[in-house]
Design a protein. Structure first.
Length: 284
């Protein structure tokens, strides 16, 4: 087998593992119950308007795609894991909007150059393993003068620290894969997009998570529903001591971030990043 063929097979296997990871558990519940407002925050920051052509990359169940459609945009929601679309279709129907759901790899999008006015991703594209390939696709499918908008968990914020906490328990990432929270570093995103974008705005914001009564309740919720957490637990399932250690580490992490009195309340930090693609005029 040639080196090129080997590389293709390795990438295919990696993407299959990613699809399996996000299909397990119940990510649509996490998006709807824990961070329902983030998609609307991103849509507003991108100034999505009626009639715009919008692509939501790594859309999951449409946390950003559906608010974009509610703003009157013509929306395509793409994701590597089509198992998430059923919940998205149900939510879209409940809210009276139409979204075009397409299975797609964020690193090789099946769309033409400049097809969309706005290309956005809400804590989605950050999990594509090869950051430069994903960034190149975001730029390619956005029209000149169009908008790219991203929400990504920061490395130092709660979710970034949660992923770091789980890393010693999870299988090692394949060669070349980059940590997802790097997308929460504005300098990293600027380096990925380079001079292909202008009018960059990047600011850190937080979302309040206060639905859990205790750190342990938080841990058990994510242990049952969040793909990366489920994958970490499965990796140590045959080792009771390591499973117990992961239990302790995740509860302790939530305890460190807890600001509540009588219940667990945490501020989760994210980077809101928007830019305009070069080579065209911004919308008036």
């Amino acid at each position: 087998m040639s080196e090129l063929t080997d590389a293709i097979e390795v990438d295919r296997a990696l993407k299959a593992r990613h699809r399996t990871m996000w299909a397990q558990g119940d990510y649509p519940a996490v998006a709807a119950e824990i961070i329902p407002e983030l998609g609307a925050v991103l849509v507003e920051a991108c100034d999505v308007q009626s009639g715009d052509r919008v692509l939501d990359v790594a859309a999951g169940s449409g946390n950003a795609a559906i608010p974009a459609a509610m703003a009157g945009a013509r929306v395509v929601a793409s994701d590597l894991t089509p198992e998430l679309f059923e919940a998205g279709r149900r939510i879209a129907a409940q809210r009276g909007v139409e979204v075009d759901w397409r299975q797609a790899d964020a690193e090789a999008l099946p769309f033409t150059d400049g097809e969309f006015d706005t290309v956005l991703s809400c804590v989605g594209v950050m999990f594509a393993p090869h950051h430069q390939a994903a960034a190149d696709e975001l730029v390619r499918v956005c029209r000149p003068g169009g908008t790219i908008g991203l929400i990504s968990w920061t490395p130092e914020g709660f979710l970034g620290q949660m992923l770091a906490t789980m890393k010693p328990y999870a299988p090692p990432p394949p060669p070349g894969a980059q940590p997802p929270p790097l997308w929460g570093d504005a300098d990293h995103v600027r380096a990925l997009l380079r001079d292909r974008v202008t009018d960059i705005e990047a600011r850190k914001q937080t979302v309040l998570i206060d639905r859990f009564k205790s750190p342990e309740e938080f841990r058990d919720y994510f242990k049952a529903r969040y793909g990366p957490t489920i994958a970490a637990y499965r990796a140590v399932a045959d080792d009771p001591a390591r499973t117990a250690a992961l239990d302790r580490d995740l509860a302790e992490l939530a305890r460190r971030y807890d600001q509540g009195a009588g219940s667990t309340a945490m501020e989760w930090e994210y980077l809101l990043f928007t830019a305009r693609t070069s080579g065209g005029e911004a919308r008036a």
